[in-house]
Design a protein around this ligand. Structure first.
Ligand SMILES: *[C@@H]1O[C@H](CO)[C@@H](O)[C@H](O)[C@H]1NC(C)=O
Ligand SMILES: *[C@@H]1O[C@H](CO)[C@@H](O)[C@H](O)[C@H]1NC(C)=O
Ligand SMILES: *[C@@H]1O[C@H](CO)[C@@H](O)[C@H](O)[C@H]1NC(C)=O
Length: 428
């Protein structure tokens, strides 16, 4: 009896092995100008991409092998695809691409290798695709970028290196020396500490730099580079900055449009450090630890239209900090102030800033002060977040004196009341 049982399971195992050989199913759509081959997996087992499935076709211009459970790619898997412009092999299990496997795709424009298990590339892998425009390498396990690997990619415009195992201190700034036309680069989710100061020196027209979640403790030195005058968008969110106080780090970013500093642990910002950003339109400081706003913080930053200071610990808001801007959207929600300057919106208007959207909910408001502000935003037709202002939720606190007391000496009285009565916190 036990013997037959054993045989039973043996049989099952051999069956499984047969299934491994099942190939993905490929279909063709004849789009007006594109001959698009799309393949989908036929079972749950990894597949070894061999010559014959998609290779040897001069008509194919687009090839999508997304999530096809490809484990290995044979040397000739992409042989004779001379017209190919677009290749997507993302979301597979590819850990290695052999030298020469991508050769012959001289028309290739778009290459998506994202979400595989690649750790690096043999030198020369990209040598025969001079027209490559975008290269997505995100979500792999790439540790190093060998000098020379991108040397033939002279038209490269867009590259995503996010979510890999790159280490700033091992990166060579010369790897992009021939790819000077890159306008977008993302190093998101790599450890960029210790990256060389001239990391970005090769770029002549960089527009977007993404350094989200790069474990950075300070704004990196490599941003202080005169060739970055072209930069429009700088993403520094979810790092570990405590303060922005170096007046020279951002000095070359005259054309920066958007600065994202959200989800750091910033306590202080020196106004002088952001003043070089003369064209800045959007600054995102959401979810930091800012307690005070210097009186001159954004003053006279003429292009600044969108400021997000929500989810900080700001205790008082000097209206002067915003004078001379073009402020339209201001988010001060989830902070720690109990009042705003009388006629806050009018004061801003008088100095050129016409608010159209203003969020100030979830602060320990004195009821009298909140009422004044609500009257004002309604008068000027400014959009606000009134979801909780339905008479059913506690949103502010008051003592017997219901008028607005605009002085910081009263703050702690109201914040304590608010924490206890509205937030329900126990105060010891
Ligand atoms: C796609 O279109 C081309 C040219 O219009 C034609 O020669 C070819 O047979 C078509 N292929 C399929 C699979 O429809
Ligand atoms: C495919 O294109 C290549 C390069 O242009 C050419 O040498 C080859 O003869 C073509 N093959 C067919 C079957 O048309
Ligand atoms: C590459 O593929 C991933 C996952 O399939 C997708 O999310 C991403 O947008 C693609 N990249 C580009 C540049 O199209």
């Amino acid at each position: 009896m036990p013997l037959t049982k054993k045989c039973h399971s043996c049989h099952l195992v051999t069956l499984l092995f047969v299934f491994v050989k099942a190939t993905p199913k490929c279909g063709i759509t004849n789009e007006t100008t594109e001959y698009h081959v799309t393949c989908t997996p036929t079972d749950n087992y990894n597949y070894n991409l061999q010559r014959g499935l998609v290779s040897d076709n001069n008509d194919t211009t687009k090839l999508t092998l997304r999530a096809c459970r490809i484990g290995e790619v044979d040397f000739e898997a992409f042989e004779n695809l001379y017209s190919l412009k677009y290749l997507d092999v993302s979301q597979n299990k590819i850990s290695e691409l052999k030298l020469g496997v991508l050769d012959g795709m001289s028309e290739l424009n778009h290459l998506n290798l994202s979400h595989n298990l690649l750790t690096g590339f043999p030198l020369g892998l990209f040598d025969q695709m001079p027209k490559l425009n975008d290269l997505d390498l995100s979500g792999n396990k790439i540790r190093t970028l060998e000098l020379g690997i991108f040397d033939t990619l002279v038209q490269l415009n867009w590259i995503d290196l996010s979510n890999n195992a790159l280490n700033g201190k091992d990166l060579t700034p010369y790897v992009f020396d021939q790819s000077t036309r890159i306008t977008y680069i993302s190093y998101e989710r790599n450890n960029m500490n210790g990256a060389p100061a001239n990391l970005l020196h090769a770029f002549e027209d960089l527009r977007t730099l993404n350094l989200d979640r790069c474990l950075l403790r300070d704004v990196p030195e490599f941003i202080r580079a005169s060739n970055l005058k072209t930069l429009r968008e700088l993403i520094l969110s979810t790092n570990q900055f405590k303060k922005i106080d170096d007046a020279s780090t951002l000095i070359y970013l005259d054309n920066l449009n958007t600065l994202d500093l959200s989800d750091n642990i910033i306590e202080t910002i020196d106004p002088n450090s952001i003043k070089p950003l003369k064209k800045l339109k959007v600054i995102i400081l959401r979810r930091n630890k800012i307690t005070t706003l210097p009186d001159t913080l954004f003053k006279d930053m003429k292009s600044l239209a969108n400021i997000d200071l929500s989810h900080n610990q700001i205790e008082s808001v000097p209206v002067n900090a915003f004078r001379g801007t073009s402020l339209k959207n201001l988010n001060l929600a989830s902070n720690r102030f109990t009042y705003l300057t009388d006629n806050f919106c009018l004061e801003l208007r008088n100095s050129g800033a016409m608010l159209t959207k203003f969020y100030f909910n979830q602060n320990p408001w004195q009821c009298g002060c909140l009422r004044n502000l609500l009257d004002e935003v309604k008068k000027f037709n400014i959009a606000y977040n009134g979801v909780m202002y339905d008479g059913k939720h506690p949103i502010c606190v008051t003592t017997n004196e219901v008028f607005c007391k605009r002085h910081d000496t009263f703050n702690s009285l109201y914040t304590e009341l608010y924490d206890r009565l509205v937030l329900g916190l126990k105060i010891y």
